[in-house]
Design a protein around this ligand. Structure first.
Ligand code: PGA
Length: 260
């Protein structure tokens, strides 16, 4: 896959405030203009600051094709009486073209199950959003050698019934492999494990799609930083990264974007 097709996504999670979000995007844009990374860059700010971040991108004349915006989670319903939830249409109002679905913090802290994640994935794909589906095992599952079994279940439950939406346009689906134990721990998965699991995800996607090959992007996430990014991003079947902690530092983030 050529460098232009790599995707580096910044997941700011529930960090910062309005002032710090504006400062962070301003600094990212400044460094982006200097470094001119070849990768696709995506920012997933806290939803309440999407408008503010979008305004800064417009102010700095950065087209959405260069730095895209995405929403960290979406409602499983398209519209209606669902207090606190945000719809795909609302995200679109702020020019979001990506939706992150099934992040491990949604699965484990907010107890989202496979059924909810299936609904969100389907709705996002139906709405023609670029849909990043996160999968990954817990440390307990890893130690019990259950990684592939868990990932197969997560992929199949989220995707099997949406084949009609995925088959015509593979590029709308992106998978992020994030071992739960590697997220925010400072300890990323070993290069060997990343190669092995990404290869397994590729093969499983082929089986699900009934194809011999596919070009669905597979991102790695979990303690990626400016030091380990070059080696992780050069692995086969790694088509980008989902960055949490290091994306809150503009220099580290742009260094990661520039490392391939
Ligand atoms: P991290 O988070 O980079 O802080 O490990 C990654 C993620 O949760 O997407």
């Amino acid at each position: 896959m050529n460098k232009n097709q790599y995707l580096i996504a910044a997941n700011w999670k529930q960090n910062g405030d309005l002032k710090s979000s504006i400062k962070l995007i301003n600094n990212i844009v400044k460094l982006y203009k200097k470094a001119k990374p070849k990768t696709d860059v995506l920012i997933l700010p806290p939803s309440i600051y999407l408008g503010a971040v979008l305004n800064r991108l417009i102010h700095h004349k950065i087209p959405r094709k260069k730095i895209s915006l995405g929403i960290q989670d979406i409602s499983p319903f398209s519209n209606g009486a669902y207090t606190g939830e945000l719809s795909i249409d609302m995200a679109r109002d702020y020019k979001c073209s990506y939706a992150l679905i099934g992040h491990s913090e949604r699965r484990h802290t907010f107890l989202e199950n496979d059924k909810t994640i299936f609904k969100k994935t389907k709705l996002s794909l139906q709405s023609n959003m670029s849909t990043i589906l996160c999968v990954g095992e817990t440390i307990h599952e890893y130690n019990k050698n259950l990684t592939k079994k868990v990932i197969s279940r997560q992929l199949k439950s989220a995707l099997l019934k949406s084949m009609n939406l995925i088959k015509p346009n593979h590029s709308k689906l992106i998978i992020a492999y994030e071992p739960v134990w590697a997220i925010g721990s400072g300890k990323s998965a070993s290069l060997k494990d990343i190669v092995d699991v990404h290869n397994y995800i590729r093969t499983t996607l082929n089986k699900i799609l009934g194809l011999k090959k596919n070009n669905i992007k597979i991102l790695y996430g979990g303690s990626v930083n400016d030091i380990n990014a070059p080696s992780i991003l050069s692995l086969p079947n790694v088509n980008g990264a989902l960055i949490g902690g290091a994306s809150l530092n503009s220099k580290k983030f742009i260094d990661i974007c520039s490392s391939i």
